[in-house]
Design a protein around this ligand. Structure first.
Ligand code: BG6
Length: 485
């Protein structure tokens, strides 16, 4: 068994002036600090190309915290800012890495643990790893965390993983999928494996289909070049949606240990069946309105014509014993009517209705796991409508609802990165994605793209503020299934 990791006392943040650092990483770290959850001696060293001194970096961080972190989570901000320091670096050359290493080592005990967070363009991954090696920052006491995008297909993802593997073994590589930091996503494991109720019926004998929806109301959000190269399949399905699917479909792991959990997830990802041409729908939004606000079309936002999909719906299958014949319908898109992430598990009808002769109609049970914006778990059950039933019995679906914030009053709603950063600092890998998972994810996504290329598939248009092209509705309706809305 591997030795337990030591809590890091230094965190080196590449891309420290970037969007992710300002919106998520610095606010998450500050919020953790406010709750006394960071190691007392943790120092955070930021690096990026901009020529800033420590004071200017702290000033930038202060502005980011004031913009992105709610007032009530900013307690002790001054102390947090004191943990920060900064070293400018051009990561494309080796030159500045020695100075960076000197800054990182200031006042550090020999061999104390260092966590590095790489939130830069993937083109800088290779040069950064080379620079870190050159400056002696890849020793046994160093762990490396990578932010997406990790490649644009299996081949480019392998290149990145190979480059990182020259300096770090897999036990010291932490690949982020921020969906795994979301509370309700982790709760999926609790729901499945801390209750006796679901597991016996969590299979094709009792489950008719599963739906996973990740709807967004936002459009390009200024990420024009990145998004137009990526598209919805690579941006959302390859990572977040397949991780959700893996958590729903995996076999019970023996423990919450990183190897046990990831072993089970990768088996699911490898069992994904290659999709047929008629099992995917792609779309691109045109101008429309969301919550009464007019919004432009994708091509207008982009400033040119494009064949990039901003919506994708897929009918997937997990080819194993448990899930034989159970479709997994996935859909995600930009400029949909609602921001919603949810998993719907649709159970089968009871095999025989004792109420049929009394005129009652039955609906099968359905479990809806709401991940955002509301954290909700809702199980629909059939119940008798109160009355004397003189004209026959009436049954109706009633929800058994658990609103997580109500069930756990007084608990913070945390940013997904809070949990992930804390785990990185502690060296705990369960909620990070292992290389074989990423590769299985790309393998499936590449096979879908190959089908699209072969068929010359181009996205159908949909009006912003609707649930994608009408063929996305047809994708499920022809199986007699309606998307949950
Ligand atoms: C990112 C995608 O990984 O996830 C974005 O690149 C997307 O396009 C975002 O908007 C969604 O994350 P969340 O947490 O807002 O659902």
């Amino acid at each position: 068994m591997a030795a337990s990791p030591i809590t890091a006392d230094r965190l080196l943040l590449f891309g420290a002036t970037g969007d992710l650092a300002r919106r998520m990483l610095l606010p998450s770290l500050c919020a953790l600090d406010a709750d006394d959850l960071l190691p007392e001696n943790l120092r955070i060293i930021g690096t990026a190309r901009s020529e800033l001194n420590d004071h200017e970096f702290r000033q930038m961080a202060r502005e980011a915290l004031e913009t992105y972190l709610p007032d009530d989570r900013r307690g002790g901000m001054a102390d947090f800012l004191n943990r920060l320091s900064y070293q400018a670096l051009d990561a494309t050359t080796l030159e500045g890495f020695d100075t960076l290493a000197a800054k990182v080592s200031e006042n550090a005990e020999d061999n104390s643990d260092l966590a590095i967070f790489l939130s830069t363009a993937p083109s800088l991954f290779g040069p950064t790893i080379a620079g870190l090696q050159h400056a002696g920052l890849t020793g046994d006491n160093v762990r490396m965390c990578l932010e997406k995008p990790l490649g644009s297909d299996l081949a480019t993802s392998c290149e990145i993983n190979d480059a990182v593997a020259t300096a770090f073994p897999e036990e010291r590589i932490f690949r982020i999928d921020h969906y795994l930091g979301k509370e309700t996503v982790q709760n999926l494991l609790a729901l499945r494996f801390a209750n006796i109720l679901f597991e016996p019926i969590w299979n094709s004998n009792y489950i008719e289909h599963v739906q996973i929806t990740v709807g967004e109301t936002v459009g390009l959000e200024g990420r024009v070049a990145f998004y137009d190269d990526a598209g919805a399949l690579r941006d959302m399905v390859q990572n977040h949606m397949l991780q959700l699917l893996a958590l729903v479909a995996m076999e019970p792991p023996t423990s919450f240990d990183a190897t046990a959990v990831r072993d089970e997830k990768v088996k699911v990802l490898r069992a994904l069946r290659e999709v047929q041409p008629n099992e995917t729908v792609t779309g691109q939004y045109r101008e429309g309105a969301i919550k009464g606000q007019a919004v432009p079309g994708y091509d207008d936002e982009l400033g040119k014509d494009s064949n990039t999909e901003t919506f994708v719906a897929i009918k997937g299958h997990v080819d194993n014993w448990r899930w034989k014949g159970v479709p997994f319908y996935l859909r995600t898109g930009k400029r949909l009517p609602q921001r919603v992430t949810e998993i719907v598990v649709q159970f089968r009808c009871v095999p025989h209705s004792i109420f049929a002769e009394m005129g009652a109609t039955m609906q099968p049970n359905r479990l809806v796991i709401g991940i955002q914006p509301e954290e909700n778990i809702s199980l629909s059950l059939m119940a008798k409508v109160p009355g004397l039933d003189q004209e026959g019995i009436r049954l109706r679906e009633v929800p058994l609802d658990i609103a997580m914030p109500d069930a756990f009053v007084g608990q913070h709603r945390r940013i997904a990165y809070e949990r992930l950063l804390l785990d990185l600092i502690a060296g705990e890998q369960t909620l990070f994605v292992r290389r074989d998972e990423v590769e299985a994810q790309w393998h499936w996504v590449d096979s879908i793209r190959a089908v699209w290329d072969k068929e010359g598939k181009t996205p159908q248009t949909y009006t912003a503020g609707t649930w994608g092209p009408s063929s996305a509705i047809a994708l499920t309706e022809r199986d007699g299934v309606t998307w949950h809305e």
